[in-house]
Design a protein around this ligand. Structure first.
Ligand code: FES
Length: 198
């Protein structure tokens, strides 16, 4: 288990560095880079993490760290959102009835405050690996029915692009949606509920 977690942490950090490297303007929001400011250290310890999503392109995913966990921020297209509505029969909890997996304000079909922006804790609900973002349709290794989502390489669990788990695979629950809210159209605060919640 320890080895698995170490490998996952390395994978997460590698992925995070890779993704953020392509979004230079957002890189300042990453708290685990070597030149941590005092405020960034506070964020890594558990304080909310603010970030600018104005440069997040359609289909692009940003990874940050919050409370020592990877948090994914993905911008979804209308096509992706339409696909989500077709998957219910294949999922364990299509309506997000397990209330422990998301805040009340994200118990909806897109599992998000704003349909286009998905925010998830990127940790598999089976044994804690970090799944891989696999947005492509019908790749050879995932089969002709794959409609884009997240694939956990440790034991094969699959999640759709709302973080809902496919049935019959090891992971028992949907991926966790952390508390968050929009400070403005382009500013997101991870780790704090909207006013009136929490
Ligand atoms: S940890 Fe993800 S499937 Fe086992």
């Amino acid at each position: 288990m320890t080895n698995t977690v170490d490998v996952d942490k390395r994978r997460f950090l590698t992925n995070a560095t890779t993704v953020v490297g392509g979004i230079g303007a957002i890189a300042v929001a990453i708290p685990f880079i070597s030149s941590l400011s005092p405020s960034a250290k506070a964020e890594a310890a558990g304080a909310p993490v603010a970030l600018d999503i104005s440069k997040l392109a359609m289909g692009q995913m940003l990874i940050i760290e919050w409370r020592g966990k990877p948090v994914w921020i993905l911008r979804r297209s209308d096509d992706t959102l339409s696909t989500l509505a077709t998957l219910a029969s294949e999922l364990s909890d299509p309506d997000s009835d397990d209330l422990g997996q998301q805040p009340d304000y994200c118990k909806n079909p897109s599992r998000s405050i704003r349909d286009d922006i998905l925010v998830l804790v990127g940790i598999c609900t089976h044994l804690g690996c970090s799944p891989t973002h696999r947005p492509e349709l019908a790749p050879e290794d995932l089969g002709p029915d794959w409609k884009g989502g997240f694939f956990c390489p440790c034991h094969g669990s699959k999640f759709d692009l709302a973080g809902r788990v496919y049935a019959g695979l090891p992971a028992p629950n949907n991926l966790v949606v952390p508390p968050y809210h929009f400070v403005s159209d382009s500013q997101l605060l991870i780790g704090a509920d909207p006013v009136g919640y929490g």
